[in-house]
Structures are given as structure tokens and as C-alpha cells.
Design a protein. Sequence first.
Length: 354
Amino acid sequence: MTRTLGIMTEGNDVEALYRRLAWRRQIVLLTGLAALAFSLVLDVATGPAMLPVPAVARSILGLAQDRTVDAIVWSIRLPIAFLALAVGAALGLSGGIMQTILNNPLASSYTLGVSAGAGFGAALVIVLGVAIPLPEAWAIPAMAFLFSGIACAGVYGIGSLRGSSPEMLVLGGIALLFLFQALLALLQFVASPEALQQIVFWLFGSLQKATWPKLWIISAVLAVSLPLLLLDAWRLTALKLGDERARGLGVDVARLRIRSFAIISALTGVAVAFVGTIGFVGLVAPHIARMLVGEDQRGLLPASALFGALLLSLSSIASKTLLPGAVVPIGIVTSLIGVPFFVWLVIRSRRAFW
């Protein structure tokens, strides 16, 4: 009887702990959404011509009384602000998946060569004018997307030579990172001054060429990717226990990694294709999410996307305020913010490296 009561008490304790974690997860996500809404309005208000925050909020809600403010908000600034959210969410989500399937806290599309592959694809069009039946404005994103997929396939292909272990996949990503960086340097070496300038600007990352069609494309990829990942949430959570234990729980680890790499390729491809190379968002955002909501992928995946969007939105604001009268490329800002912040995470929290 005593043993039975002890088991019941332990079960109640576990249930109470689970409820507290679920409640905490909801609070974190709701608070993050509120911060994201405020950051969006502030991003739209910030620029060469500062706009009053209340006027911007009214314009976004369709209550604007000033047509000039309405035109600036909807034609110029709102696409940029929303693109920052969509790209940040895509990078944060892809980083969270990659860190999970590779069980490596330093894994992200930026550190394992996927973004470098996309950069090489874009530079290929700029320098060589690869024949694609598309205008240059769309040929560059198309090649960037294609080569991000090639990079993902290359990472998995190299890793599968030794059983697709996380260690081999990471080594394969590092190898491809250096390969694409070398190929990119070769293209820069042979490029004309005009092409070189265009490559460098593209590699810095910029939101200034945002348009509504680009935003819809990234949003569509996100809308498809997140539900697919949430269907695999418990399998991804089980994978954190290690490949052998995940297999013991009935998870087909190889197929799960293939599906995950395909989604990573799509998310990184559309993000980098339209705004250029942006680092550290996919690395830092999942760590913030993990510290706040834990390892349960049902909360970690949405939180990674949420904090990725918030980080890039704040970086967009900073890019317009660092130098008066100029917009600093956002890739530079994310690196300036990301490096010290990531070092702080490593120093302050043991959970940054689980």
C-alpha cells in the first residue's frame, strides 16, 4: 500500500512539473509575441525620416489619417520590417532543427556551409551570368536557393559515408563550408570591380530590396515547414537522447534526418536568397529558446522561430540607427550583436552547451 501511494505521489509530482513547464512555455511565447509586435512597430517607425510610433501603429491597423505616412509605411517600410521577421524566423527555426538532429550546440546553416553554398550560387550568377531563363533579380535568389540545397545534400552525403553519425555530418558541413568559401574567394578574385562590389554587398546581407512577393514566398515556406516539423516533434525530442535510444523508441533516425535536412535547405535557401548571408541568428536564437522553454520540441521549434524573428527585427532597427543618415548592412549588425551575446550565453549558462 505504501509503495502504491509512493508511486501515485511521484506521478502527481511529475504531472505538476509538466503543467508548470507547459504554463511557462505559453508565457514565454506570449511575451515573445508581444515583444515582436512592439519591435515591428518600432522598426517601421525608424528610418531616415522618423515617424511617430502612434501614427505607425494606426497605419498598420488601417486607421491612418495621414496619406503620406500611410504611403511610407505600406510601400517602403512595412515590407522591410515583415521581411526581417520572416527571414529571422526561418533562420532561427533552421538553426534549432540543425542543432537537434546533429546534437551539436554550434550547428547552424551559417557555421556548417549551407549559407556559404547559397552565397557561392549568388556570386556565380553575378560573375559568370549563368544562363537561367529568369531576370537577374530572380536568377540570383534562384541559384542561391539551388546551391543551399546542394550544400545540404553534400553535408548528408559526406556524413552518410560513415553511417550518418552526428559527428560525421558536422565534419562534412565544416568541409563544405571551407570548400564554398574557397570557391567564392576564387570568383571574387576573377570578378570585375563592378561585380566584386555587388558580391560584397550581397554577402553583407541587406533587407532594403524587400518586396511583398519575396515576403509571400518566405512566409509560404515557413507556413509549410513549421507544421511538418511539429508532426515530428516527439521524434526530434527523442533524438536528443541519442541515436540508439531514439531507434529503441521506434524512430527511423535516417529518414528523420533526411526530412529535416530537406526543410533546413528550404528555409535557409529562401532566407539567404532574398537578403544575402546573415550569420548568428540561427546560432543564437535556438539557445535563447532552449534556455527559456527547454528541450521539448513542441515549444523549442516555435520559440526558435520567434526569437530568430525578434533578433533580426532588433538588428534591423539597429542597422538604421548606428550611423545617422545611412543603413548599415544587416549582416554586419547581426555579427556585432551575435558574437558578444553568444559568448555571454556560453559563460553565463551551462545549458548553452548541453
